[in-house]
Design a protein around this ligand. Sequence first.
Ligand code: DQA
Length: 143
Amino acid sequence: MRLLILNGPNLNMLGKREPEIYGSESLDDLMESLQTAFPDVQFEHFQSNDEGVLVDKIQSVVYKPVDGIILNLAAFTHYSYALYDTLNMVYCPKIEVHISHIYRREEFRHKSVTAKACNGIIAGLGTYGYHLGVHWMINHYSK
Ligand code: DQA
């Protein structure tokens, strides 16, 4: 199974960025822990701080399909109709992950414009949410 792990702005700073909210694990640590937990899954990881670059990456899946996308579009989640439209072009299963509990934070974080393009969302469970997303994908394809 090939899964794309897609991360948006500021997630490259994981571990250094507000650790009381996002934890002390770096993005590299997270990718390593996913590969260790799921040795049979082929992960591709992509992170960008740029909305257009994320649009291009999601579009690339149309030509080079993957079995699923686990995405954390970070702040773009809350207002990017461009990313919402792009996600709707891609028909593989998509799970939206948020490390923090977005519904317990500032009001602007309570809305996700991209969630409607996804099969489900996981929020507030720390970086373990990415692991849960992979579990869901495996279960989805085992049916
Ligand atoms: C986030 C939550 C967003 O509101 C925020 O802008 C992020 C990270 C999360 O993983 O909790 O950058 O997506």
